[in-house]
Design a protein around this ligand. Structure first.
Ligand code: FAD
Length: 485
């Protein structure tokens, strides 16, 4: 058997990565230094685009059944509602925000990985590696103290914000730490008058307090604590903040998680060094505002897995792998900027700035297009790769997605056990000939386009690689030749 891919870290990103590689029948080992899965609820928000990709992977149903479907977010100040954004207009079959504790997300991903024949090796730590050019020689330390050397075909560091892999590569984690800390509490809540499937943000001159529903009666509460030293709060402190900043009459009880966190906004410049990749928090960290961190990391995994599978199967040239860092770093930069803006708006301290914020938000969010755009952006369905080196052609004059954009189809793209592109075109002799020529890259089935005047070549992760007018097959041929071995 060929050398396995070694995935380090069985958080949500490592689990997604390993499960996707297993789906493509790539030999993979997934290790985590902790003896057991996290029981912390950390990331709660799973957005539409992540659910779409989990659907393609074959495990969205379990998530949808296990989570709470949040329908809207409201921003309140001074006893009034300033803005309310509903999620039902998100242009996705998953037109809601799924609230599910990270511990549950990891459990479901692990079940999925197991259903594909995988197993998480816990109590196993990566302590060193040497990239030899043709493989990576990795040193593992097991819980009992014994050492093991693994010859890995590729090494993927999904080992979180304090990544060992990143440190050993000597990569800088460039960025800043915000001067403000936050406290977080998962508690039982009574007396909140908002609908139980709605997120509620309360702005107060002293700071913000936010309520995120986890399940009926239980909420995640987050509040900023200014320049006070980070500390784990007790229930009394959280109740006092809620009393001062919240809507009044809200009673907290039965805390299951009380914690604090600081906000770092950092990314690496390179997601890859030789045979070693980084994904998830190992490559980027940012404010939890907007609930994007885990979503972005899981989408790193969905982006890399099919490319790596094609290269390992010798069906695509290794240069395909360079597109991973280019595409995902651009997304990270956008999301860091977006979540940073949201955090700084929440943290505005001067009374004048706070008043101005209130006016602007109230007036801006009266416009339905603004509300829809905000929901669609948060949902992840607007994520695109306009500068991808894989893009070819253009969609001028065609009704449909451009190269780099998500292909919105009423059929599933990318499901199954082989990483294959989908040809969306009128089924004719030329289309059939294209499939025959590139059978190692293309699904055998041709899909009908919405606009019969165009051809779309769609990647296994649902993004458009190439577009052309009907008959302009050289564009599609060129796009495939760039990838083919
Ligand atoms: C309060 C809070 C709320 C959040 N809310 C959201 C949200 O709503 N939505 C969202 O998308 N994101 C949210 N996030 C961010 C989210 O939690 C992270 O982005 C996510 O956990 C990153 O996943 P990961 O798999 O990259 O890393 P991690 O979850 O950190 O997993 C890394 C794993 O690697 C293992 N590991 C580390 N080093 C080694 C080694 N040398 N050998 C073996 N194993 C190793 C660790 O044990 C760990 O299990 C939130 C974060 C916080 C703090």
């Amino acid at each position: 058997m060929s050398n396995p891919v070694l995935v380090v870290g069985a958080g949500p990103v490592g689990l997604t990565m390993a499960a996707e590689l297993a789906r493509y029948r790539v030999p993979v080992r997934l290790i985590d230094r902790m003896p057991a899965r996290t029981d912390q609820s950390r990331a709660l928000a799973v957005w539409s685009r992540t659910l779409e990709l989990l659907g393609v992977a074959g495990c969205a149903d379990a998530f949808v059944a296990a989570g709470l479907h949040a329908k809207a977010v409201g921003i309140h100040a001074g006893g009034k509602i300033l803005a309310r954004v509903t999620f039902d207009g998100i242009a996705s079959p998953f037109n809601y925000l799924l609230m599910i504790p990270q511990s549950e997300t990891e459990r479901l991903l692990e079940d999925h990985f197991r259903s594909l024949g995988g197993q998480v090796e816990r109590g196993t730590e990566l302590t060193g590696f040497v990239d030899g050019g043709h493989s990576v020689s990795c040193t593992l330390k097991h819980a009992g103290g014994e050492s093991e050397t693994v010859e890995a075909a590729w090494l993927i560091g999904c080992d979180g914000a304090h990544s060992t892999v990143r440190r050993m590569l000597g990569l800088q984690f460039e960025g800043d730490t915000l001067p403000t800390g936050f406290i977080v509490a998962d508690v039982h809540v009574t007396g909140l008058t908002m609908p139980p499937d709605e997120l509620a943000i309360f702005w107060h001159p002293e700071g913000a307090v936010m309520f995120f529903p986890v399940m009926p009666g239980r909420y995640r509460i987050i509040a900023d604590i200014g320049s006070a030293a980070l500390h784990v709060p007790d229930l009394k402190e959280v109740q006092a903040i809620v009393d001062r900043r919240g809507p009044g009459g809200v009673i907290l009880s039965d805390p299951v998680w009380l914690s604090d966190f600081g906000v770092n906004e950092r990314t690496v410049r390179d997601y890859r060094a030789g045979r070693v990749f980084l994904a998830g928090d190992a490559a980027h960290v940012h404010s939890p505002a907007g609930g994007q961190g885990m979503n972005m990391g899981m989408q790193d995994a969905f982006n890399l897995a099919w490319k790596l599978a094609l290269v390992i199967r010798q069906e695509a040239c290794p240069a395909l792998l360079d597109s991973y860092g280019i595409e995902r770093r651009a997304v990270a930069r956008q999301i860091l900027a977006q979540s940073g803006r949201m955090t700084r708006i929440v943290l505005l301290a001067s009374p004048l700035a706070q008043r101005l914020r209130g006016f602007v938000v109230r007036d801006l969010f009266k416009i339905p297009e603004v509300r829809r755009a905000v929901a669609n952006r948060l949902s992840g369905i607007m994520i695109a790769y306009p500068d991808s080196p894989l893009n070819m052609g253009c969609a001028t004059g065609l009704r449909g997605a451009w190269p780099g954009q998500r292909f919105d189809a009423d059929f599933t793209i990318g499901a199954g056990r082989l990483p294959r592109f989908t040809l969306v075109a009128t089924d004719d002799a030329e289309a059939q000939a294209m499939i025959a020529r590139h059978s190692a890259l293309l699904e055998p089935e041709i899909r009908q386009p919405l606009d019969g005047k165009g051809i779309w070549l769609v990647r296994p992760d649902g993004y458009v690689a190439a577009t052309a007018r009907s008959g302009n097959w050289p564009v599609i041929e060129k796009a495939l030749m760039r990838i083919a071995v």
